[in-house]
Write a protein that binds this ligand. Structure first.
Ligand SMILES: [Fe+2]
Length: 153
């Protein structure tokens, strides 16, 4: 006998959403590094403006998933140390502050690309993608496996 209702996927995901969120942040870091490498002569100002508009929304979406879903789950089921989660939350806030400043700096440079400002923009770009890479590496290597194990419990 065929079921009356179509099968419904399980409510809990299998970690793919978190994996995808980490991947989006890694891609963001790569794009920021590529922009830094293009300074000062090879900058595509249109692409830079497009990228500037994606930085804060990308970070916020990924951080919200972690803070609302991943952190509570691994605190409860994997007994993750509270200090570790506090540190990750602090890093989120620091990255977001840096992202807001960087967005303004990219937009200003893309509108008026003066060669003498390229150094400070490069510095601001590294100020986000370097710590964000360390953060996402921790997310991928430590948090994601913890989260996947917690989903199975
Ligand atoms: Fe994170």
């Amino acid at each position: 006998m065929s079921p009356i209702f179509p099968s419904v996927p399980p409510a809990a995901d299998d970690g793919l959403d978190f994996d995808a969120a980490i991947t989006r942040q890694e891609q963001l870091c790569d794009a920021l590094e590529a922009l830094a490498d293009s300074l000062p002569e090879r900058i595509d100002t249109y692409a830079a403006m497009q990228l500037a508009g994606r930085i804060v929304p990308t970070l916020k979406r990924c951080q919200r998933l972690e803070e609302r879903v991943v952190f509570p789950m691994i605190l409860e089921r994997a007994h993750a140390p509270v200090q570790m989660i506090d540190r990750l939350r602090t890093e989120h806030m620091e990255d977001e502050d840096q992202a807001i400043q960087l967005t303004a700096a990219i937009r200003a440079y893309a509108q008026y690309p003066h060669r003498e400002d390229a150094g400070s923009l490069g510095y601001a770009l590294r100020g986000l993608f370097q710590p964000l890479r360390r953060h996402t590496a921790f997310d991928r290597d430590i948090l994601l496996p913890m989260y996947r194990r917690a989903l199975l419990d």
